[in-house]
Design a protein around this ligand. Structure first.
Ligand SMILES: NC(=O)c1ccc[n+]([C@@H]2O[C@H](COP(=O)([O-])OP(=O)(O)OC[C@H]3O[C@@H](n4cnc5c(N)ncnc54)[C@H](OP(=O)(O)O)[C@@H]3O)[C@@H](O)[C@H]2O)c1
Length: 307
């Protein structure tokens, strides 16, 4: 069962990305996505939703908060959000973190955040100050666990040493950019550090912004604000990965997206991949990841094709 190590958070194999809420998915569509996702999540596991104050300037959090309030879902959902005090001189200073957490709690209409990330590292603030501020939120019951996103291996080591010196829990999880077409940065630098620290990993852009669904092919136009960046993966390497995904999807009778997510879910240190959908039809292609299992040979074929 996917569990964030060192916590009591037992979560779905798929973390639903909420950066589309209020962006490519309006409120009604976002509610429909959350309904469908919650419905598909087995009772023993928690629906796990990833948002950030930065998404739509609080709008994504507000939509999730509105849905949880309307459906009385707060106690069932594991809520992850991120302190993103952008354009500030010292974004992860203690006052900025305290203020950001209060804004997120209001947006989410809740009294606690289950997993609270530092969205980006802030080298202008001593790690000691950031980790103390995070710990104060934990002690106050406003945050259950602190986590890091977009941190380098070196800074994760420093954060661990600092937390140990202060006698605080520190970061329990990392949210890095990691998927079948973005492997080296995570696998060669971060993975060993994360494993040594016993942290859990929740990769973002698990579908490479939509590329791994198979809809980006040479000469084809895709109607999405993500298209300029996602189509950058079209090419020899990307085509090899898509061909391997297509093969495994055919053998298992499922979608390329579900296979891409399952490969990621089965990588060492990964707890659950984060991915979004902007329609219930798109989400239907992702949900088979919850039941899919790859054989060793299929997993290795995908690993080799994406090397
Ligand atoms: N920590 C960070 O710095 C950070 C950064 C980025 C994201 N994140 C988190 O990670 C989550 C996942 O990332 P992401 O949503 O940006 O990218 P992603 O999961 O790699 O790609 C999702 C996008 O792919 C397309 N898609 C999904 N299913 C599809 C299907 N069945 N058929 C065709 N297209 C499909 C949709 O976009 P279109 O329909 O528009 O093509 C969808 O929004 C975010 O929601 C956010 O919570 C965190």
């Amino acid at each position: 069962m996917p569990q964030i190590p060192g916590t009591d958070l037992t979560v779905s194999d798929l973390c639903l990305g909420a950066n589309v809420f209020g962006w490519t998915a309006d409120e009604a569509t976002s509610f429909a996505l959350l309904d469908r996702y919650e419905d598909a999540t087995p009772g023993t596991l928690a629906p796990f939703v990833d948002t950030a104050e930065m998404y739509g300037d609080g709008r994504s959090e507000q939509i999730l908060g509105g849905w949880m309030a309307e459906r009385s879902m707060r106690d069932r959902v594991v809520v992850a959000t991120k302190a993103s005090p952008g354009r500030k001189e010292h974004p992860l200073s203690a006052p900025e973190i305290r203020a950001a957490a209060e804004r997120s709690l209001r947006n989410l209409r809740t009294d606690r955040i289950d997993l609270y990330y530092a969205h980006y590292d802030d080298e202008s603030t001593p790690l000691e100050e950031t980790l103390r501020a995070m710990d104060e939120l934990v002690q106050a019951g406003k945050v259950r666990h602190a986590a890091a996103s977009n941190y380098s291996a070196k800074r994760l080591v420093e954060a661990r040493e600092t937390a140990d010196r202060l006698g605080v829990r520190g970061y329990v999880a990392l949210q890095p950019h990691y998927n079948l077409v973005e492997r080296p940065a995570y696998e060669t630098e971060l993975r060993d550090v994360v494993a040594a620290q016993g942290m859990g990993v929740l990769p973002y852009f698990s579908l490479a912004k939509g590329f791994l669904t198979g809809k980006y092919r040479a000469g084809e136009r895709v109607d999405s604000p993500r298209a300029p960046k996602a189509s950058a993966y079209v090419g020899e390497h990307g085509d090899r990965v898509l061909a391997a995904l297509e093969g495994v999807a055919g053998e298992t009778g499922t979608t390329m997206a579900a296979v891409a997510l399952r490969w990621l879910a089965e990588q060492p240190t990964v707890v659950a991949p984060i991915a979004s959908a902007r329609s219930v039809e798109q989400l239907a292609d992702l949900l088979p990841v919850l039941d899919l299992r790859l054989t060793d040979e299929q997993r290795q074929r995908l690993t080799d094709a994406s090397a």
